[in-house]
Design a protein around this ligand. Structure first.
Ligand SMILES: C[S@@+](CC[C@H](N)C(=O)[O-])C[C@H]1O[C@@H](n2cnc3c(N)ncnc32)[C@H](O)[C@@H]1O
Length: 223
């Protein structure tokens, strides 16, 4: 990875290790409500396997657990402090490990769903992270990303303010059209987008069955 990519990862780890201590006390409710749109979108059938990338303290995973649908739940996060908080909260019912979205520690074709809630803009190499999410999804699996986006001056200003208020700085925020294009390039089809609470965008894509697998085997998505 390039030096400035490593810098962003390092800044993410530092910021979220610090935030982990009182993350739920200060931020639980805003994420709880926005995550509900992810839950409603995937509405997973009983027995599905789900990976939450950038799972933080496990707020979305806990909401999934509370559906009581015998889901096979996994979470991954780059900050050890967040991983520890999620493990303490959720115990052994959810498998959580440390890892980067840039190189997901899972085999290909592992999950029915991959979710990523308010985490994507932290990724140093977003295109590569999307290809990683594509790789670990099963054929016909679905990716759902919820993240702030930058269409129009008001949202752009909001994103500048959010970035300035964080210790991390230099996150990667995109327009709706850029998100669509990146999903497309990573190999996703049936791409659908919805605005949520004005400033967040939900982008959904499917790893189309056979064609997706053939392209993946031919390695056409590697950088
Ligand atoms: C704003 S929090 C959101 C956490 C959680 N998804 C939620 O809804 O509460 C962003 C999370 O992304 C994680 N993160 C940042 N960069 C990452 C990366 N490259 N790979 C995996 N996780 C990352 C951070 O450690 C942090 O826990």
């Amino acid at each position: 990875m390039k030096a400035h990519d490593l810098d962003l990862e390092k800044r993410s780890i530092e910021q979220f290790n610090t935030w982990a201590q009182d993350y739920d006390r200060k931020r639980f409710w805003s994420f709880y409500f926005s995550n509900r749109t992810v839950l409603q979108t995937i509405n997973p059938e009983s027995g599905s396997s789900i990976l939450d990338v950038g799972c933080g303290t496990g707020i979305l995973l806990q909401q999934l657990l509370q559906l009581n649908r015998r889901l096979d739940l996994h979470g991954v996060d780059i900050a050890p402090g967040m991983v520890k908080a999620a493990q303490m909260k959720l115990g052994k019912s959810v498998k959580i490990q440390r890892g980067s979205a840039n190189s997901l520690p899972y085999d290909e074709n592992s999950f029915d769903y991959v979710t990523c809630a308010t985490s994507f803009h932290h990724y140093a190499r977003p295109g590569n992270s999307l290809r990683e999410m594509f790789r670990v999804l099963k054929p016909n699996g679905k990716l759902v990303i919820l993240d702030p986006f930058t269409n129009g001056p008001i949202r752009k200003t909001l994103c500048v303010i959010l970035d300035a208020l964080s210790d991390e700085k230099g996150t990667n925020l995109f327009t709706q059209e850029q998100m669509y294009q990146m999903f497309h390039i990573a190999g996703f089809s049936h791409i659908v987008q919805k605005t949520y609470w004005y400033y967040k965008l939900l982008t959904i894509g499917v790893k189309a069955g056979e064609i997706g697998s053939i392209l993946e085997k031919q390695n056409v998505f590697s950088a």
